[in-house]
Design a protein around this ligand. Structure first.
Ligand code: GRF
Length: 192
């Protein structure tokens, strides 16, 4: 009998380290997980996340980023071939086009290290500290064709301490990311 019967097929797009990928793989391997990871795509051949995938025997593919439409067309083919139900971006550093989102016609979600809509884009922790914010956090949201802008699925807030640096905040928020990404997927898949 097919072991993963009933599980949603997830593909994950990465560009780098892959610590969120690791947390999603960990969740996918828990007894009652709702997902099976069918494919990891990286636009960066040197991404550590590719090693994370191969260590866990998750299928991965490097697609060279020649240009947006070439990358997206090749990705689309693979995502469809693997019957992907949901795409998760995990440290994927490119913006997907409207056309890609439409053609895929499956939900795409992303994790971002700030309390969106605050601090879209890069250097979120630096900006939060420089602005003397009292809180920061992480957000999982639906992807649209504008940077870090789609509907929020789940957000978790933490206090920024006076003693926090960019690095310490990054470390704390990354831990939160690893917790909320699986939770956000569960929330999305179960409509809760
Ligand atoms: C994370 O902070 C994520 O929120 C952001 O990029 C970073 C990726 O880290 N989008 P990793 O590759 O998952 O370790």
């Amino acid at each position: 009998m097919e072991k993963f019967l009933g599980k949603k097929k997830i593909s994950i797009l990465i560009s780098g380290r892959g610590s969120n990928l690791k947390s999603l793989i960990k969740y996918s391997k828990t007894k009652n997980s709702l997902i099976k990871i069918v494919l990891v795509i990286s636009n960066n051949s040197k991404a550590k996340g590719l090693k994370v995938a191969s260590k866990s025997k998750v299928k991965s593919k490097y697609i060279k980023y020649l240009n947006k439409s070439n990358f997206e067309n090749r990705s689309l083919k693979l995502l469809k071939k693997h019957k992907t139900d949901l795409v998760c971006l995990a440290g994927f550093m490119k913006i997907l086009s409207k056309n890609f989102i439409k053609k895929l016609s499956k939900p795409i979600i992303n994790i971002h290290p700030s309390l969106l809509p605050k601090y879209k884009g890069l250097n979120t922790h630096k900006r939060a500290i420089e602005n003397r914010d009292k809180f920061s956090g992480a957000t999982v949201h639906i992807v649209n064709d504008k940077l870090d802008s789609g509907k929020i699925i789940l957000q978790k807030k933490i206090k920024i301490l006076k003693s926090d640096t960019e690095k310490s905040l990054e470390r704390k928020i990354l831990k939160i990311e690893h917790k909320i990404y699986p939770l956000a997927i569960i929330k999305l898949l179960t409509n809760h």
